[in-house]
Design a protein. Structure first.
Length: 360
């Protein structure tokens, strides 16, 4: 199977080795970049590199782990990939109750390793798996029921913390896309319609197009003040030590908008990992109604319109899976004749949403 990213990791290590002395303290010496690796299963939406850095400064030996997020090379999952925005969001969150890795360096030129990148501190822990899903096997399933409840409620507590932040105070206005519409929801719908046309220009998707039409015709009232929306709000984008969250990662889909976008995305992803895979929910995880009630109680927000945003989540994820299908065919992970763009668990769940609404 061809690798999605054909990066020469030994060469990248040498390039970083030559670059670091220019950004470390002036008295840094004995600088050594360790072996550069990447986590398994990455490379479709970005290139992720992991390494250790050792050097001496102020008479001390310093060793720390780094993670680099690199602008994707070759076939790209999203129409655009705004590394500065990701860096800016996570840097703004550093001194808030939302736990994120410390952002350390930003390199925008692409001259160092061939693509722009940013560096953050490495957080040691575990992320719930997508493949195989955490509902099937792995450390999350092996937790006690009480610890599973702690993990799930901790995820919801993180959402409450994110949505309590003031994006104006954090200077996150760069996340707004006024050129796409008057409201945050208009901007989100326009973004995903453009994304859909970009990744599926010559075909008509039987679920995405009617989904977009329904979403445009049934827009709920918008909050007076848009909040920070994580975007890819799921436990798979959290690093844990047992059931305790250490860091919230992957902010490439961050937006300003209605917090219900995050709650609904988490609900849809939970449905995907259960109904979409034919597996039961974990015994310690709250069901949909319990999850909504817990979030409402902790946040003081009404989830009256969360069902709308669950349909939005189904449409958004379906568009992403179209792009992923194209990408997997590009890298010959899937044969061309497989209709993955339509016949995948996400698209099937979105179809069920539209059938329940009487759209299909």
């Amino acid at each position: 199977m061809p690798a999605p990213i054909g990066r020469d990791l030994a060469k990248t290590r040498k390039q970083l080795q030559a670059w670091f002395p220019g950004v470390l303290p002036d008295d840094a010496s004995d600088v050594e970049v360790g072996e550069v690796t990447g986590p398994g299963g990455t490379g479709f939406s970005s290139d992720t590199l992991i390494f250790e850095l050792r050097y001496r400064s102020a008479g001390e030996s310093i060793e720390r782990g780094y993670v680099a997020r690199v602008h994707p090379s070759g076939f790209q999952l999203f129409p655009e990939y705004d590394l500065p925005a990701q860096f800016g969001v996570m840097k703004a969150l550093w001194n808030t109750p939302v736990p994120v890795p410390q952002m350390l360096y930003e390199e925008r030129s692409g001259d160092v390793i061939g693509q722009p990148f940013y560096l953050m501190s490495k957080v040691d822990g575990q992320c719930p798996a997508d493949n195989p899903p955490y509902t099937a096997e792995g450390w999350v399933k092996d937790l006690s029921e009480a610890d599973q409840r702690t993990l799930w409620d901790g995820y919801l507590d993180i959402l409450v913390e994110i949505h309590a932040l003031d994006p104006v105070e954090l200077k996150l206005d760069f996340l707004a896309k006024p050129e796409l519409g008057a409201t945050a929801l208009d901007q989100e719908l326009a973004y995903y319609e453009n994304f859909y046309r970009w990744t599926y220009p010559d075909e008509v998707h039987p679920h995405v197009e009617p989904g977009l039409a329904w979403l445009r015709a049934n827009k709920p009232p918008q909050p007076e003040k848009p909040r920070l929306v994580w975007g890819d709000s799921r436990i798979g984008n959290m690093i844990f030590d047992g059931p305790r969250c250490l860091a919230v990662i992957d902010w490439e889909m961050a937006r300003l908008g209605d917090p219900m976008m995050d709650l609904a995305w988490g609900l849809f992803l939970s449905r995907y990992h259960t109904e979409g895979t034919g597996l039961p929910n974990l015994p310690g995880f709250r069901n949909r109604e319990e999850t909504i009630a817990y979030y409402e109680e902790k946040s003081g927000r009404s989830a009256e319109h969360v069902a709308y945003y669950e349909v939005l989540a189904g449409m958004r994820f379906s568009v992403i899976l179209i792009s992923l299908g194209k990408q997997m065919k590009h890298y010959e992970v899937l044969p061309e004749e497989v209709n993955f763009e339509v016949e995948n668990p996400v698209s099937m769940l979105h179809r069920k949403q539209l059938e329940a609404l009487g759209v299909l």
